[in-house]
Structure formats: C-alpha cells, structure tokens
Design a binder for this molecule. Structure first.
Ligand code: DX5
Ligand code: ZN
Length: 222
C-alpha cells in the first residue's frame, strides 16, 4: 500500500509559539504541515493568509499543504504559491471552473488538490482526475477544529479510493476532520494515505509522540 503521511493542522497550534509548535511537528516526523485558510464566507470562521504561510515557510522545510476554505480561491493562488505553499487545495463547492483552476495551481508549481464537503459526492470529481494531485475528503463540515468525525466518511473514502484506482491516478487521498487514535485505522483501511490531525496532535501532552502514535496505528491496521 501507498506511503502514510501525517499532516498536523496548524489551526490547533498555539499561535503565540508557532515556530516551537512547528518544531514539535518536525521532531515527531510530520510529513506535511496543513494550513487552513478560512474567509468567513465559504465557512463561518476566519483564520489567516499569506503571512502565516510565509512564516511557516521561513521556519520549516516541510511541505505546506494549504487548504483554501474560501470563495473565489483563484484570487489567492499567486500570493500563496509565492509565500511558499507546496500544495493548494480548493473546494469543489466554490470552484465552477475546476480544471482551469487546477491547471493554474500546477503552473505555479504546486500540488493541485480538490476538497469535497461531507454533502458533496466524491464521484463529482471523475472528469477532473487527470488534473488533480490530491483529493481531500472532509470528514467534518469545514470551519472549525475539534469536531467529531462523521462516520459515513469511511464509506466515502473507500469510494474515492476506487475512483482514483479505476482512473489509474496516483493522487494523494487525504482525510481532514476528527482524525485521531480512534478513527485513523478505519480511515486507512478504507484507502486514505494522508491524514490531517489538528486537535489530536496539539491537545496531546506530547505532540511529537502523538504524530508517531497516529502513524503507528495507521500502519498496523493497513
Ligand atoms: C476544519 C479544518 C481542519 C481542522 C481539523 O475545517 O479543515 O483542517 O484543523 O481539525 P481536527 O483534526 O481537530 O478535526
Ligand atoms: Zn483543513
């Protein structure tokens, strides 16, 4: 089976100590850093933009996996790519010209990702599979960290896995929302390879060890 990537979500980090939080992730063997950009329009919450991406880039060499929960995401592609994003993931629900938008992300040298909300069927991506490098299945309604994993997401990940395999795609299959020690093994079994974890990592007493524990659980049950 494919490699496992653990991507701690900085949304749950202590922003007064961001560099130290990122260092803890690196020490724990994090594969990517997940950066949640929210605009208060697509989701009912506001977070941050290019400045925080730039800051993370300055203190870490890990790939920055930027999740855009914003309307008109194309307005930010250039800035975020220039700030050091490694991947840009946009939401299907606010991207009517998906193949053009994904092509632009690739042109900027970033991994092109598409996220689907819990209410959006993943099959809607069938015709753009050649254009994408990552599918993100949201396992909570986006907007906040620390929500409960929606159990039906397991079956959806399995359908996403089939969709990518049937198309012969090597795209990453990422899951975001409520990933923790209780849920990660089943998500892996369903075929995901990339796991975003916010609360699970940053509320743990030892964030670095938690990343290792999550990876171990994902590997054992594969
Ligand atoms: C939710 C964000 C997530 C969030 C996950 O809208 O996209 O990346 O940080 O947090 P947890 O792991 O706490 O559910
Ligand atoms: Zn996210």
């Amino acid at each position: 089976m494919s490699q496992i990537r653990i991507a701690p979500s900085l949304l749950s980090a202590d922003f007064a100590n961001l560099a130290a939080e990122i260092a803890r992730c690196e020490k724990g063997g994090a594969d990517w850093l997940h950066v949640d950009v929210m605009d208060g329009r697509f989701v009912p919450n506001l977070t941050f933009g290019a400045k925080v991406i730039e800051t993370a880039r300055r203190v870490s060499t890990l790939p920055l996996d930027v999740h855009l929960m914003v309307v008109e995401p194309e307005r930010y592609f250039e800035d975020f790519a220039a700030s050091g994003a490694s991947g840009l993931t946009i939401h299907h629900e606010v991207s009517p010209h998906l193949s053009r938008q994904l092509a632009r992300i690739r042109e900027l040298g970033c991994r092109a990702g598409v996220a689907v909300n819990p209410s959006t069927p993943v099959e809607i991506l069938r015709d753009v599979i050649p254009d994408l490098d990552l599918v993100l299945v949201m396992s909570v309604n986006p907007g906040f960290g620390g929500q409960r994993f929606i159990p039906g997401s397991i079956e959806k990940v399995a359908r996403a896995r089939r969709l990518l395999d049937e198309a012969g795609s090597a795209a990453a299959l990422e899951v975001d929302g409520g990933v923790n020690r209780e849920t990660i093994a089943a998500i892996r079994r369903a075929g995901a390879d990339t796991f975003v974890a916010g609360n699970a990592v940053f509320t743990a007493r030892d964030a670095a060890a938690e990343i290792g524990a999550l990876r171990q659980l994902a590997m054992e049950r594969a």
